[in-house]
Design a protein around this ligand. Sequence first.
Ligand code: SF4
Length: 308
Amino acid sequence: MFQMKEFPEFSWSHSRHKLLMECPRKYGYTYYISHNGWLFDAPLLAQQAYRLKKLTTLPMFFGQAVHNVIEKTIKRYMKHHYIPTVSELEATVRSDLRKAFIDSRDHGDLWYHKPNHYIMFFEFYKHGYLTKTETKEINDRLGTCLHHFLQSKTFKELTSHPAINIIESKKFRSTYVDHIKMYAVLDLLYQDDGKYVIVDWKTGKHSTDDLTQLAVYALYVMKKYEIPLEKIEIRNEYLLTGSCHTYQLNSQDIQSLLNLMATSIDMMTTYLKQPDENNPLPLHSFPENGNPFQCNQCFYKELCESIE
Ligand code: SF4
């Protein structure tokens, strides 16, 4: 039986940390104000924050659709040894994009009442249409990313090493680090000849955060499966360029991550009235970052403008 919780459960993730660094007000909307916003009798602010939180952008949705088709392709290969063509994969992603486009264009009312069941592109929500430039960019990326996936070091390893054992693929996983729940959503974890390989597929450009994200995955695998760090290999597969970066972390890298986590959790705690309940301070205690460029791209802009 579903139980309504007055406050959300506290947990740490790299994306949560990045959001706090980007804008504490945005962090407040995402992790606290929107809580319970899916309930029809929740306060209007909670409902609207939840709705806005569920928006997605065309590149975000595209990334998700590519990740989904990759996950299905790998599962199918492990079961039936079938390798699809780029066109087959493209057709699946295009079908997902088309459904999302129809949701955004024709089902705005349904999305408004059930934002969890329908897709609304931020571009559509903001302007009522997608521009030719926006759709062309995604069209251009589609074939390239899927071609690079089929040619990737990871997919080649999976299809040429018969003893590979897939341990996890794209699941919402958590473990505990010093009694704090930590989430890590791994794209893929497999075991090959005594080493454990963590893979993160990227459909966007390189970012300085990519390595920290991989360190979080490595920490998760160490804790969850009690695997020594020297047996863990972490890998970014950049599908736009076809490049692949593999790393081996050392204990200093993991200590740096633990230090970052401790500082980040301390910062998060300053926004709480009662840390043991994860009961937040009032919204005005979460400062706005005041960066006009970021505000223009932000899903919550209308809330900030209406609350001022
Ligand atoms: S609109 Fe600007 S200030 Fe408001 S939540 Fe978004 S980024 Fe922060």
